[in-house]
Design a binder for this molecule. Structure first.
Ligand SMILES: Nc1ncnc2c1ncn2[C@@H]1O[C@H](COP(=O)(O)OP(=O)(O)O)[C@@H](O)[C@H]1O
Ligand SMILES: [Mg+2]
Length: 255
């Protein structure tokens, strides 16, 4: 059985790419053949994990310009980790999503179905927003997990997302799950962070996970490495970060 997860909230900078990449690395390090599909026209995740410029990108596959296996590349850093890339510069995903995608909203779902026999774990990295491209990716997923940062407006952003997702489920006849949220860049010492965690927890609607603020994520991204394998000045991820990643990894692939 294969499972596809999208980490999504319409807001930018909440950690979608960081969490997608890090959990994909964890899954691959645990021995599961894992595919990340870069559905963000900015291609951040592809630049993070691929050393050389790819020949084909996701948009080529969606438009039938190449076979999916011609476009999927192994990560340079982690065994079992594969990327279906998007070119940040010179890419055609944005244009495709604004034109042809409207005629074929299930194209990403079909693609996921095609590769699911080969990859037991699939992660979709999405751009911010809730346009056609993000909607197509959300309905291609079995589960959506929402990362958010512990800021004043983040709970409002979550409410908006829940509302939009409800409509999407109805319109697209989708039964995608949405039962987990991640408070990212969490700092236990900051009262506002504790308060936002408290509110999210006490609503009882979600399992709430926390990922600590950890500068190693950015450093690993700059170096093109998996955070779990990277050290800066002899130091890796904080033990609390490693623990948070393990805890998420243990629960997200289960059902
Ligand atoms: N837990 C964290 N601790 C510290 N920095 C983080 C953390 N998560 C993400 N970041 C940094 O925040 C920035 C935005 O994260 P990113 O994953 O690109 O967000 P998004 O994909 O939602 O736009 C990046 O520079 C990333 O390195
Ligand atoms: Mg991103």
């Amino acid at each position: 059985m294969s499972k596809t997860i999208a980490f999504h909230l319409q807001k930018g900078g909440v950690g979608k790419t960081t969490i997608s990449g890090t959990l994909a690395c964890q899954s691959a390090l645990d021995g599961f053949k894992t595919l990340v599909i870069d559905c963000d026209p900015q291609g951040n995740l592809s630049s993070w994990f691929l050393k050389n410029a790819p020949k084909y990108e996701l948009s080529d596959v969606l438009q039938g310009r190449c076979y999916v296996n011609d476009a999927i590349l192994p990560s340079a850093d982690v065994d079992n980790l594969f990327i279906l890339p998007t070119f940040g510069i010179g890419g055609t995903l944005k244009n495709y999503s604004e034109t042809k995608l409207s005629e074929e909203p299930f194209v990403l779902q079909d693609l996921v179905n095609d590769v699911s026999a080969e990859f037991p774990h699939i992660i979709l990295d999405l751009s911010p927003g809730l346009g056609r491209l993000e909607r197509s990716a959300l309905i291609a997923s079995d589960e959506i997990i929402t990362p958010m940062t512990p800021e004043v407006f983040s709970l409002d952003g979550l409410e908006i997302f829940i509302d939009e997702l409800q409509k999407l489920r109805k319109n697209m006849r989708s039964d995608v799950r949405h039962t987990k949220i991640i408070i990212n860049s969490y700092d236990e010492r900051i009262r506002q962070h504790r308060d936002i965690y408290g509110v999210a927890e006490s609503s009882g609607r979600f399992s709430v996970y926390r990922i600590p603020v950890d500068p190693l994520f950015r450093k690993a991204q700059e170096a093109g490495k998996a955070p779990q394998l990277f050290k800066a000045r002899g130091r890796g991820l904080k033990p609390a970060t490693v623990e948070a990643i393990r805890s998420l990894d243990n629960s997200i692939w289960l059902e």
